[in-house]
Ligand binder design. Structure first.
Ligand SMILES: [Zn+2]
Length: 302
């Protein structure tokens, strides 16, 4: 599909277009403008007076501070912050002027999401599922990812906004969790996209995967233990996409990509049960629901 065709079928909402124009034009900002709804798993885009500094403070039910992040701002005062799956009900954004004087304290009510949970009972597996060589490989992969994430651009490349990296339907949403024999597993760290209705799953392998937004490729590797073929894209200001289980990685680390550039092909590499694309969106150490930044898309019919 051409870029023009891809955009034509996904018109931007008017408000977003206006905000985007504002962001892109570099209009002289007065105070802080926020775009988005603070919600568990979601993110907020913002802009404030250039030269300011910003701090995000997360609060629990009792109003106690649970986390504090210095927020990266670009030269135009643009920034992004994220709220993870289990974020508490409150947050504060404190903006200070270049001289350090506190200019604004913005109180945010973080809306609870209500994540899917399902309990299953299975026969207890006594053996450790990982062999010693698996654990070694997992540790090597971890070092690769850590090294790739050590470099972060302050440039707000996410200003391109986001689109789905691949065609298909949602086979597993972000944040869902299985409770196996009473023990909660780790919640799903991203959204899984699988073959659209009418396409056989095996034919989905080889479907082109695109960069969901502008960014710089920080890691492009095949053969990781969990992720298989993996591409990490730095969208700037510690916002990152991870695209996993690729059958082929068609981009190199260090490459600057634009939204819609091909980066690889759908596969079933790594720890998977079938062909799909797993897309994780992460701000700092917080995993986010990527479906909050793209147009709604349906679930696959089982
Ligand atoms: Zn997944």
């Amino acid at each position: 599909m051409t870029d023009a065709a891809r955009r034509a079928i996904r018109p931007r909402p008017l408000l977003l277009t206006v905000l985007l124009a504002l962001f892109a034009a570099g209009a002289g900002a007065q105070g802080t403008v926020l775009d988005g709804t603070p919600r568990q798993g979601s993110l907020l885009f913002g802009r404030t007076d250039p030269g300011s500094t910003a701090v995000l403070i997360s609060l629990d039910e009792a109003g106690q501070e649970t986390a504090r992040y210095e927020v990266m701002l670009d030269d135009g005062g643009r920034f992004v912050v994220g709220f993870d799956r289990d974020h508490g009900p409150g947050a504060q954004l404190r903006i200070a002027r270049p001289d350090g004087e506190l200019a604004e304290t913005i109180t945010l009510n973080v809306v609870a999401h209500g994540w899917r949970e399902s309990s299953i009972t299975v026969a207890e597996r006594k053996a450790n599922p990982y062999q010693p060589e698996d654990l070694e490989k997992i540790a090597v992969d971890r070092e690769l990812k850590d090294a790739a994430r050590a470099v972060r651009s302050e440039e707000a490349m996410w200003v391109s906004r986001f689109e789905w990296p691949v065609e298909g339907c949602i086979s597993s949403p972000f944040g869902s969790r299985r409770i196996v024999n009473g023990t909660p597993r780790r919640p799903h760290s991203g959204v899984d996209v699988a073959a659209p209705d009418g396409m056989s799953p095996m034919n989905y392998i080889g479907t082109t995967v695109y960069a969901p937004a502008d960014g710089i490729v920080r890691l492009a590797r095949e053969g990781l233990f969990f992720e298989g073929g993996l591409v990490l894209i730095d969208h700037g200001q510690s916002l990152e996409s991870a695209l996993m289980h690729l059958s082929s990685v068609d981009v190199a680390a260090g490459t600057r990509v634009r939204m819609g550039d091909p980066i690889g092909k759908v596969g079933m590499s790594g720890r998977v049960t079938g062909p799909h694309l797993h897309w994780s969106l992460k701000w700092r150490d917080r995993l986010l629901d990527a479906t909050t930044v793209v147009d709604p898309r349906g679930r696959c019919t089982d």
